[in-house]
Design a binder for this molecule. Structure first.
Ligand code: 26Q
Length: 822
């Protein structure tokens, strides 16, 4: 019920207040007298949402009349976090909102805090999608995001007796940021059979018939660009029972109960986000989610294209579709089906359109994360799609055979169908064959996929099909919003907030790296951010930490490859070292707070053991009177985007210590450096490029190089694997029962000592400890330390998601910004 005329876009405090009051009194039907912070949040959000929708409408009209090419970003995850502060800042009305809310009796910080995170993602991949949406809008690209509207996002984590407990995240209670579009629906078919007929020209036509129908309903979320009126759309699909013939028949025959059951089964599809990060668990419902979302999105995209009345041959001039990992790979098959079965195009013509439309981004080389689906399951759920997959594979293998005659091994290796028991569809191979570009997310990662898991495909398609686009982060959320004081300080020295639009302007800071006064202001802001985190730790965990200590942070999903176990073993080693010292010696040591946070996938037992150990170590260390401030160990509950916004600016040192070659890129490494923290890390993912940009003197690198990992692993299996002696002492202490029931951690120790140490914890332990010693030494020289931080920030321009999106736009999508004329 909004039209252009109804909503007056406010520009000042009075206009904003009027809108807030109007929403409190009418939309929320409350009186101003019982307007609490929650209601103030809702009303302020509705006021800003209305404003965004006005611009959203204009943006869509502009794109339609310009008839420009659009990019569609298909992602099963969008880890958006909070929307209100972001909308206020991107529109540029922080002062208006602040003063307006203050007039109404509220502090803006408290109002912003009311918002529940939109947590429709697991970790890096989902947050990357959210950063990309921000950049696409900020750079005026015509772009849509397509995802699923999960009723439950990633679970809420509670720590009870040191263990992770998962609590459902019901977040849709009241969400002012979405617009239900009950008129935008798509019926999605599952199961059924394929019947083939001949048309008048003797051509075979496939008819997919029967099965069941589930309806997709669109929910639109406006995405504001920063300092531009461009407002893009994120369309999320929600599932509901179809109101078509099937249901009516049941009602009419009095089968009310089974009709209700149908409804619940339909709603199950968009009920919950799978909480696995970098792990594929082949559940039928997950495949249903994928097809449901892909089919609805493609229907929408094709519908929009058809309105333009262009020829099919122009499809990829108008449409680019990016696949965020293999999760939307069925889109390739679905578009081929639409073109061949429904639009009557010849196979080859259709396939040319398909392959010139799609791009595929790979986010992992971990074998356990590469998606595969049993052929039988695909056959049952999507019978026509399996036929098309077989045909795609047949034509592909024929072309391979032509190019590499008599290489049967090659054919078996690259086949989209794995000839295992049961047979499996290899989604990554399907995504490669159906796309015109395949990219990794950091240089090392892109090199690795081209030389290992996708090597054969480089030979088949040529190296040009494969490329790198190093990840980036949006400086709007991760600097301006998360660290407003630092953003202001930078603005005061670089001539305004231009760096938020062109992050390379940060290089103007370099001249102040050794400026005494500037360093002082810089240090004060870091200290204030640490005080805020210390207060939060006190409030939530009742642990007192000294903000003058070195804050050492590792926050990310808990995974063996990310090696939180290496970190906690290092903490135990530090504790033992401190305990062994005389009181005199201890006084000379540098106080440190080790801060952990992150969720374990509910079914990932070892990751949960790691959380348990961290908490148990904290319980012992934090109350040891010999230790005091010298070491505190903190596990922050329920790490999410809004907590990251508080934690990131408070770090002195953050840890990015994955086994070399396992972390595709990492993006929190970029966030921490951008916020004036240094990092300790391995030569992995984007750490390598961060080092190149900021200088190796400004980063603490350690550990095995990726090219040596395989040999080292091999030597563990076939040689004698001796565990580092300091690490052995750590194990002995754990097994003495110092940190609780030693059996609890037996498997964690055995993984290193007895089962081949796949992640090379033992190999890297000594260099990790030595590097941490260097950190201590360097932190003592605060002037030097801050200089390093300033220099690093000044050289971080490359890691803006704006740069990243421009690379996709030019190298993969072939789209241009739609410039807004005033
Ligand atoms: C697959 C099949 C079934 C169920 C779940 C999944 C699944 C879900 C999520 C597989 C993988 C993911 C997430 C992967 C991910 O977050 N990867 C990270 O992507 C970041 C952005 O590119 C990188 O910075 C990280 O290095 C990478 O780990």
């Amino acid at each position: 019920a909004w039209t252009k005329n109804q909503v007056k876009a406010f520009t000042d405090k009075d206009g904003f207040e009027k809108e807030v009051v109007r929403h409190v009194e009418t939309t929320l039907a409350r009186s101003l007298f019982n307007c609490d912070e929650g209601a103030a949040y809702s009303a302020a959000s509705l006021a800003f949402r209305d404003r965004l929708i006005t611009e959203w409408n204009k943006t869509q009209q502009r794109q339609t009349s310009a008839d420009s090419k659009r990019v569609y970003y298909l992602s099963l995850e969008f880890l958006m976090g909070r929307a209100l502060d972001n909308a206020i800042l991107n529109i540029g009305l922080k002062d208006v909102a602040k003063d307006g809310l203050s007039d109404l009796g509220f502090r803006i910080e408290d109002v912003i805090e009311q918002e529940h995170d939109a947590a429709l993602g697991n970790g890096g991949l989902g947050r990357l999608a959210a950063c990309f949406l921000d950049s696409l809008a900020s750079l005026d690209y015509p772009a849509w995001g397509y995802g699923l509207r999960y009723r439950y996002g990633i679970f809420k984590q509670e720590i009870i007796n040191g263990y992770q407990v998962e609590v459902p995240d019901y977040w849709l209670d009241f969400n002012p940021w979405e617009f239900p579009r009950h008129d935008v629906t798509v019926d999605i078919q599952f199961f059924g059979n394929v019947r083939k007929t001949q048309d008048d020209n003797g051509k075979t036509v496939a008819h997919w018939e029967g099965g069941e129908i589930v309806t997709a309903v669109a929910y639109d979320v406006p995405i504001p660009g920063y300092a531009t009126p461009s407002t893009n759309n994120l369309r999320l699909w929600s599932s509901k029972a179809s109101s078509g013939e099937f249901d009516f028949q049941k009602f009419n025959s009095g089968d009310y109960e089974s009709s209700v059951a149908d409804q619940q089964r339909a709603e199950t599809i968009s009920a919950v986000l799978y909480p696995n990060d970098n792990l594929d668990r082949g559940k039928e419902l997950r495949l249903k989610q994928q097809y449901f979302w892909v089919a609805a999105s493609l229907y929408d995209i094709v519908r929009r294209f058809k309105k333009s009345k262009r020829a099919w041959s122009e499809f990829s001039d108008q449409v680019a579709i990016q696949l965020n990992d293999t999760h939307p790979t069925l889109a390739i098959v679905e578009l081929q089906r639409i073109l061949v079965d429904q639009e009557g195009l010849e196979w080859d013509e259709a396939w040319n359109i398909v392959t010139s439309t799609f791009g595929y981004t790979n986010h992992t080389v971990l074998p356990e994360a590469l998606e595969k689906w049993p052929v039988g399951l695909v056959q049952h759920l999507l019978p026509r799609h399996l036929q098309i997959i077989y045909d795609i594979n047949l034509f592909f293998l024929q072309s391979v055979e032509k190019k590499f005659p008599n290489d049967r091994d090659m054919l078996a290796r690259v086949s989209i169908i794995e000839e295992s028991q049961p047979k499996m569809v290899r989604m990554a191979f399907l995504a490669i064959v159906g796309s015109h570009k395949v990219n990794g997310v950091a240089e090392l990662h892109s090199d690795l996929i081209q030389t290992t898991i996708f090597k054969d495909f480089v030979h088949i398609f040529g190296a040009d099909k494969f490329t790198n686009v190093t990840n980036g982060i949006t400086p709007r959320r991760w600097l301006h919003q998360a660290n407003p004081r630092l953003s202001e300080l930078i603005a005061s020295k670089t001539g305004g907030h231009g760096f938020l639009k062109d992050l390379t302007e940060l290089n103007k800071l370099e001249q102040y790296a050794e400026d005494k006064e500037f360093r002082k202001e810089w240090a004060e802001i870091k200290y204030a951010n640490k005080v805020r985190l210390a207060k939060y730790i006190k409030k939530t965990l009742d642990i007192t930490v000294n903000p003058s200590s070195l804050f050492d942070v590792q926050v990310k999903r808990i995974h063996e490859y990310k090696r939180q176990q290496l970190n906690i073993f290092g903490v135990i080693h530090r504790y033992l070292t401190l305990k062994a010292m005389s009181a005199e010696e201890r006084k000379k040591q540098l106080p440190r707070v080790s801060i952990f946070g992150g969720k374990a996938a509910p079914g990932y037992w070892m990751a949960k053991q790691i959380i348990h150990l961290i908490n148990n170590v904290g319980a012992v260390v934090n109350k040891d009177p010999d230790i005091g401030d010298l070491l505190k160990v903190v596990f922050l509950e329920d790490y999410n985007v809004s907590k990251a916004e508080m934690i990131t600016p408070a770090s002195d040192l953050s840890e990015h210590i994955s086994t070399a070659g396992t972390e595709a890129s990492g993006t929190s490494n970029m966030k921490f450096v951008l916020n004036g923290g240094l990092i300790i890390g391995t030569c992995d993912g984007a750490n390598i490029e961060i080092t190149r940009e900021i200088g190796q003197e400004n980063i603490f690198l350690f550990g095995t190089l990726s090219e040596d990992v395989e040999d080292l692993r091999h030597s563990h299996t076939y040689g004698s694997h001796s565990v580092d002696s300091d690490l052995s002492k750590v194990f002995d202490t754990i097994q003495s029962g110092k940190f609780g029931e030693p059996n609890d951690f037996g498997a964690m120790i055995a993984a290193v000592r007895d089962h081949g140490d796949y992640y090379l914890v033992s190999d890297d332990f000594q260099s990790y400890i030595d590097t941490q010693k260097m950190v201590d030494a360097e932190y003592r020289n605060q002037d030097e330390w801050i200089t390093k931080c300033i220099r690093s920030v000044s050289r971080m321009g490359f890691f803006s998601s704006d740069r990243c999106i421009n690379e996709y736009a030019e190298g993969i999508w072939n789209i241009e910004p739609l410039v807004v004329k005033n």
